[in-house]
Design a protein around this ligand. Structure first.
Ligand code: ZN
Length: 437
């Protein structure tokens, strides 16, 4: 029965996606990435593209495909010290194959641990370095005192492909929202199973409600995936009217929005407004050419209106890129809150249009068009049953010369966005406004 609040059931559904995806061993290429995309494709419509290794993409080349099968460090007695089977973070990403006895001093140069967090396994990558390595708790490392160990890493590094997935929900306009989610990290929950979970459920939300803008969600490996997608979709980029990278959306911290390189794009205005509604205006951060794939979308040649939506930003929480970023670290209520915030931001962004008053010479006669009836009897407060108020309507009529967006008008008028939007919708319905985009 429905004895639980709706948010909780949505939160549990979001958390269940993360739980299902958590054990899959992901990297920037390979079977784990494909299994992840296959899972997403069972939830929402998804087209998967395979780009062959060696393909030139912007200034990069699609790498060889990495297939890890087993990785262990064993004492000479055969006793297992570290085993990939126990945790997907144990193997340095893109490690090369090795199968031999190594001295402790040599092995030590290939071990990664966190002395300040001695029980946690760090997440480390070596995508573009030719090396091998293991990540392990510092406590385990300190206990390794034998003169030599047998090290086995059974991997393939061979020509294959880089996979990415796209979920496209068309709108009535050709313009699109781009959401980008990296899915290359192995068993890490906040970074970035939370982003995948929220994106999956948001696709369902957008598809189930009236929408003018199309929605394109790209699920891809970080950096190289975004670069590959950009290289292959240059003709599509002018259609992107708003975009966001989704990551770290499940921790208990308050929401954070990092502005696009443009700083004042419509998506930046919408996100800043939505965070302000929640009392988190102070969590709007300036653009920074670091972090996630916003730095690709916002590289100067593209300069797309793409910000980044997070809760606690990357690198600011002690669980970041460690085995403590586990399923316990992400919370159903935080995931549900992130989904609701994402919907709010994009609802505002979609509605934040620039209109033109079709009767700009003098005030149009509202009563003749039924608008005066709608707002009649409202009194000084001006809020009518239809959800708009007279002052908001007058502001929209006055400011709509095509230069100001509805959110800009709302801020100038000191009115809630929803009131201004409702007034604009009523005016558009009777032909007093026409869109300029
Ligand atoms: Zn990361």
């Amino acid at each position: 029965m429905h004895d639980r609040p709706l948010e909780q059931s949505i939160g549990e559904r979001l958390h269940a996606h993360a739980t299902a995806l958590f054990p899959i061993f992901r990297s920037i290429t390979g079977e784990g990435l494909r299994k992840t995309l296959a899972y997403i494709g069972r939830q929402i419509p998804l087209t998967v593209t395979e780009v062959p290794s060696g393909t030139q993409v912007l200034d990069w080349v699609v790498p060889l495909e990495w297939t890890p099968r087993a990785a262990t460090i064993r004492r000479m007695s055969g006793e297992v010290v570290v085993d990939l089977v126990d945790h997907s973070l144990h193997l340095l990403q893109y490690s090369q194959a090795i199968d031999r006895v190594v001295s402790l001093s040599e092995l030590d140069q290939h071990l990664y641990s966190l002395p300040d967090q001695p029980d946690l396994i760090p997440y480390r990558t070596a995508y573009y370095a030719q090396t091998w390595g293991f990540c392990l708790p510092d406590r385990t490392r300190l206990a390794m005192t034998d003169p030599e160990y047998r090290v086995t890493i059974d991997v393939d590094l061979a020509p294959g492909a880089l996979s990415y997935g796209e979920c496209v929900i068309t709108g009535t306009d050709a313009a699109e929202i781009l959401l980008s989610v990296h899915c290359c990290h192995p068993s890490l929950a906040n970074d970035n199973l939370s982003g995948m979970a929220v994106a999956i459920e948001f696709a369902k939300v957008w598809a189930s409600r009236p929408h003018r803008l199309g929605l394109r969600i790209v699920f891809l490996p970080g950096t190289i995936g975004a670069i590959t997608w950009l290289a292959q979709n240059r003709d599509r980029l002018p259609q992107i009217s708003h975009g966001m990278v989704l990551t770290c959306l499940g921790d208990a911290g308050p929401p954070t929005y990092k502005r696009s390189r443009r700083s004042d794009a419509a998506i930046d205005r919408a996100a800043a407004y939505a965070l302000g509604e929640l009392g988190h205006a102070d969590r709007v951060q300036p653009f920074l050419p670091y972090g996630y794939d916003e730095r690709q979308y916002c590289s100067p040649g593209f300069n797309l209106p793409v910000g980044c939506l997070m809760r606690s930003p990357n690198g600011t929480f002690p669980e970041y890129h460690t085995s403590a970023d586990s399923l316990d670290f992400i919370r159903p209520d935080a995931l549900a809150g992130s989904l609701a915030l994402l919907e709010r931001v994009l609802t505002i962004a979609e509605a934040d249009r620039r209109w033109r008053n079709t009767q700009p010479f003098g005030e149009p006669q509202l009563g003749r068009r039924g608008l005066y009836v709608k707002i009649g009897g409202v009194g000084d407060a001006g809020r009518g049953a239809a959800g708009f108020d007279q002052m908001a309507m007058l502001w929209v009529l006055n400011q709509s010369d095509g230069s100001a967006s509805l959110l800009e008008i709302a801020q100038r008028a000191g009115k809630p966005f929803d009131a201004v939007q409702a007034a604009a919708a009523a005016l558009a319905e009777v032909g007093l406004l026409e869109p300029t985009d």
